[in-house]
Design a binder for this molecule. Sequence first.
Ligand SMILES: C[S@@+](CC[C@H](N)C(=O)[O-])C[C@H]1O[C@@H](n2cnc3c(N)ncnc32)[C@H](O)[C@@H]1O
Length: 285
Amino acid sequence: MTVSAPAAAYLRSPSGRRLLDSQCQTSVALFKQSWSTYHKLLEVDFLEHRALYAALRQLLLREAASTAAGAAAPLAMLDLGCGDAMQIAGCLRECGAGVPGGALPLGSYTGVDMSAAALQAAAAYLAPVLQPHCSVELVEQDMKEYVGSCPDQRFHLAFASFAVHHLSLEGKAEFVAQPQIQTSSCSCLRCSPAGGLFVVVDIFRREGESRERFMERYRDNIAEAVARGIIDEEEAVPIVEHVTNHDWPEQLSDYRGLAAAAGFAAAECLATDSKEFGRLVVLRK
Ligand SMILES: C[S@@+](CC[C@H](N)C(=O)[O-])C[C@H]1O[C@@H](n2cnc3c(N)ncnc32)[C@H](O)[C@@H]1O
């Protein structure tokens, strides 16, 4: 379904029915509360996402340049756990996606997220950047279910930013090894002219670091954001609670292991933030 305007009425729900504004109001309120804190951290680049997204921009432009000659059609991108898509919308704008003759010839963007409220926000960020020249589809669904049930969809690039860490190690392995991802023409990741590309921006543990030690470092980092007046103590509590209870960062070596087990030839780290929380990692067939 094409998003022609930043409106909730164009989002596709799991049942396929349209979500009307009134159905989303409660979740939108909750979403705004927690994401406004996240945005305060992003605004001052406290989490150093800009460096990771700068590396992503370079990667996308390199890939576009190398596949442009063989690509018969503009590229199709899948964004798993797209959230409000604010960061990727900015990156795509800087790549010239959505602009005829732009450096990144993007024909379609498909965002998948469990949160209808996040998808509403995503529509507002993406439509002005990509439309009318690039189609935008936003799907409210578990991303694991989505990659397991999209045999007719073809993507040149699969992308997930700060979303895969919500899965356990087993869940991650299952995710990258979905039959639809791993088998010939049904694949999300193998149908790339370049042979398949899965780009992950996410938090990672240092090599040899326990999850507990990572969480200590993360708590210290958020305490620093409070000390610097970027967020207040009340805002820090749900962030720490969320990360402690729901985030499962892996070591890069774990990713390499699960990528190899799923048939990827390489898992290359292209960028790491200075505090060694976030990385840009590319899995190639
Ligand atoms: C921290 S946000 C990141 C959003 C965006 N990709 C970014 O980098 O700014 C994580 C997002 O992943 C979504 N998410 C987490 N687990 C998911 C799953 N299993 N299926 C679909 N979405 C998921 C959440 O709803 C949330 O919007």
